[in-house]
Design a protein around this ligand. Structure first.
Ligand SMILES: N[C@@H](CCC(=O)NCCCC(=O)O)C(=O)O
Length: 259
């Protein structure tokens, strides 16, 4: 029987989240939805601690993974893409930036499958040398509303706008030419990183998905939240299944290489 692939999901610092009481112990946490999406398509999700002072242990964890999933969350520190902090840039989590950028760069180098959601797409772009728009409403000309945040009363599965998907992309194979997506972000892709191609756009032209151009690697980032749609949308489930299948293949290819 085939082994279930192991997918690493870096956590976030509890105290980086708004309104967390200061007297709670320093903790690393992550939204359950990402783990449930992975198990529902057959993967074993593995929470990755933010051991920012221990790259050796992080490398040990990374090497045991068949794929990396980079989840949604707070803004990426603009210093990591060489920009001054804009006043509308929100809360950041330096330990998370460190671990996620390192895992994304290692995976880009190794061809290990990567899927990124919302902040995760932004992290992939920064890891590949790209930059971010620090606030779409203020800094992206003609921007439609993208910040349907739960804190303002929007449901996490609220379908906010359509996206147009590039022909021939992995995304098109799963979702088709267009799709309706939920939207919980205020930042976005600005300059694309090396080896990446935009594969979906919002009606205002904002990049809604990117993929790696390296032959054979599954490297997909999306600006929306498919983990909230996996139970209601067959195309979204297919996208997760494709990621897990790529992780399976990576596992098989690498165990054969070391056999
Ligand atoms: N900070 C970035 C990324 C947005 C993001 O990942 N949002 C996640 C919200 C998830 C939730 O509350 O369920 C930006 O705003 O662009």
């Amino acid at each position: 029987m085939r082994q279930r692939p192991v997918i690493g999901i870096p956590t976030q610092t509890l105290q980086s989240i708004d309104r967390i009481p200061e007297d709670l112990p320093a903790s690393w946490v992550m939204n359950q939805r990402y783990f449930l999406a992975c198990t529902s398509v057959g993967a074993i999700p593995w929470m990755v601690p933010l051991l920012e002072n221990d790259p050796e242990t992080l490398r040990g964890i990374y090497e045991r993974l068949d794929g990396v999933f980079i989840a949604g969350g707070v803004d990426v520190d603009p210093a990591s893409y060489g920009a001054e902090r804009h006043q509308l840039c929100g809360r950041t989590d330096l330990a998370r930036d460190y671990v996620e950028l390192m895992f994304a760069r290692w995976a880009l180098e190794d061809g290990k499958p990567v899927m990124g959601v919302c902040r995760g797409q932004q992290v992939i772009n920064v890891a590949a040398g790209g930059t971010l728009v620090q606030d779409c409403a203020e800094l992206f000309p003609g921007a439609i509303k993208h910040d349907y945040f739960p804190g303002a009363g929007w449901a996490r599965d609220h379908l906010a706008h359509e996206i147009r998907i590039a022909p021939g992309s992995r995304l098109q194979a799963a979702l088709g030419d267009t799709a309706m997506v939920n939207s919980m972000h205020h930042q976005a892709i600005d300059r694309l990183g090396d080896g990446l191609a935009a594969t979906a756009w919002a009606p205002d032209g904002l990049v809604e998905a990117l993929e790696g151009t390296r032959e054979g690697q599954f490297l997909v980032g999306v600006q929306w939240h498919p983990e909230m749609l996996i139970d209601s949308d067959a195309g979204t489930r297919k996208l997760f299944e494709d990621f897990i299948e790529a992780a399976n293949q990576f596992h098989d290819a690498n165990s054969l290489a070391f056999a």
